[in-house]
Design a protein around this ligand. Structure first.
Ligand code: NA7
Length: 488
């Protein structure tokens, strides 16, 4: 049994999860540094600034549990205000000074002899750490469409996570490719601004109607005076019940709860869209919630405005003046926006990661990104991921998920802190057993019911938690220590 020791922690990424790890380590008086590739914190909320950006988790449920926020403008908040929240929290908890900006990790190499990690950065510097927390995010590598002629378009053409503020939008002819949450939100924000917006929808989406309303100054004052009012929203039976039922529905796809979701989406389409031709264009040919369900209070209103044209035909190529369809039609455009999603299989990559004995992460992830309960990997001792591969739980707030994952990770860190081990990693057999069960269950969830989406890995298996929310919460209470290998 060794001595208790002080560990050096390197956190990769200053988004929601990295800030969380920093706050938790600081509370315990630990030594840590957060390495951030950009010059600002915020992760996905820094990268995405497109018009209409909102979070599809209600604002009071999209906060750290220990830091409710009375100032939200609306029930569903804007990306800009969420960015403000994270900057505020990072300052309040003294995390901002712990961030090294402009430090993109290019490699992380484990040294077996010393049980330490060496991180090397794009600027050529390097650092040694005992523990690496990879909080590098899921959706941050833009995926550009593989469409001929994309680089011949003569106006501005850009991905939604690289919004070009100088591009013509007001009174302009805008093309928008893609109708995930991003494309749908952009339509709602631009319908009143453009002369014309052509929305290229390869696979129309199911839309779940949700309420949206502004909070008044009086509401915010009340939240400030009585924080229990914010908890009442976050832990509201109706909201939480609906989210838990959603998790139950996606794992019991022929059950009555999934039927309710399908009915709600179908009714929304049938009752909201008047023009029969448009209604058919917007009718998906796969089951509701197979792709990440769109939550919107105004999409069907906005898409029926004369400025919006929904194009569901196949794209032939992009030409200097617009988009040519397979039927020969040319949509002439001033600006082309690519809402084509992200490479959800990247995580910490393209950094080169080598674990014990030089094992490469790219090899370990050759078939799919995978990890024991989404956090640790055999062969990669003392490396912990927040919101890592297969992490998402239904449509739950990723903040809640990261907090619960952190709780699990703390138990493993305690082994290192107490000197009971110099390194900890999951046993290969325990991990393989878990992953086999996860894959079998994931295939039966709604995400595996026959549509294409960013939830699916390269083999078409949903990369998510495939059981109930309660099962997730139970698993996160503490690791099963017999599943881990502790080395002195
Ligand atoms: P998504 O949800 O991955 O959506 C990408 C969209 O782009 C989707 O409609 C795709 O159609 C479409 N797409 C991608 N490539 C092409 C090509 N080549 N041609 C035509 N259409 C294409 O990304 P988002 O940014 O909207 O949302 C990501 C997540 O961020 C979201 O779920 C929230 O969790 C937050 P397809 O469906 O593949 O036919």
């Amino acid at each position: 049994m060794g001595e208790a020791r002080k560990l050096r922690y390197a956190i990769i990424g200053a988004g929601m999860a990295g800030i969380l790890a920093g706050i938790k380590l600081k509370e315990r008086g630990e030594q840590f540094t957060i390495y951030e590739k950009a010059d600002k914190l915020g992760g996905t909320w820094r990268e995405n600034r497109y018009p209409g950006l909102t979070c599809d988790v209600p604002a009071h449920a999209y906060t750290y549990s220990f830091e409710p926020y009375p100032d939200w403008d609306a029930y569903y908040s804007t990306g800009a205000q969420i960015q403000t929240y994270f900057e505020y929290v990072a300052d309040k908890y003294g995390i901002t000074p712990m961030i090294r900006f402009g430090h993109e990790v290019t490699s992380a190499i484990y040294n077996d002899a010393t049980a330490t990690w060496t991180l090397t950065f794009g600027n050529g510097s390097s650092v040694e750490a005992d523990v690496v927390i990879a909080a590098s995010g899921v959706l941050h590598h833009p995926k550009l469409p593989d469409i001929a002629g994309l680089d011949t378009f003569k106006g501005p053409a850009f991905h939604t996570a690289r919004w070009d503020d100088s591009a013509p939008i007001d009174g302009a002819r805008v093309g928008l490719i893609g109708c995930g949450s991003t494309g749908i939100q952009i339509v709602t924000a631009l319908a009143d601004r453009v002369e014309k917006l052509v929305h290229f929808q390869r696979s129309p989406q199911w839309v779940m109607p949700v309420p949206q309303f502004d909070y008044t100054d009086a509401d915010r004052e009340a939240f400030r005076k009585d924080p229990a009012l914010m908890d009442a929203i976050r832990y509201n039976d109706e909201y939480l019940g609906a989210i838990k039922r959603f998790t139950d529905a996606i794992t019991d796809i022929d059950g009555p709860l999934m039927q309710q979701i399908e009915d709600a989406c179908l009714q929304n389409l049938e009752n909201s869209v008047r023009d029969p031709e448009l209604k058919e264009k917007l009718r998906p040919n796969y089951r509701a919630a197979c792709k990440r369900l769109i939550y919107s209070w105004n999409y069907y209103d906005k898409v029926q405005q004369p400025s919006i044209f929904v194009e569901t035909g196949g794209i032939e190529r992009i030409e200097p003046t617009g988009v040519r369809m397979k039927d020969g039609t040319l949509h002439e455009l001033d600006t082309l926006v690519l809402a084509t999603g992200f490479r959800a299989d990247r995580f910490i990559r393209p950094a080169v990661v080598k674990g014990a004995g030089g094992v490469c992460l790219d090899d370990f992830w050759a078939v799919r990104p995978r990890a024991h309960y989404a956090m640790t990997m055999p062969g990669f001792p003392n490396l912990f991921m927040l919101n890592g591969p297969t992490g998402p739980v239904g449509n739950f707030s990723l903040i809640d998920i990261a907090e619960q994952q952190w709780n699990y990770i703390e138990h493993l860190l305690d082994e290192l802190r107490a000197g009971r081990a110099r390194s900890v990693q999951p046993r290969a057999e325990a991990f393989e057993d878990y992953e086999e069960r996860r894959i079998a269950a994931a295939k039966t969830t709604i995400f595996g019911s026959g549509c294409q989406s960013w939830y699916l890995d390269g083999e078409g298996v949903p990369a998510s938690w495939p059981w109930s929310y309660e099962a997730f919460a139970e698993a996160m209470k503490q690791p099963v220590m017999s599943e881990f290998e502790l080395a002195a």
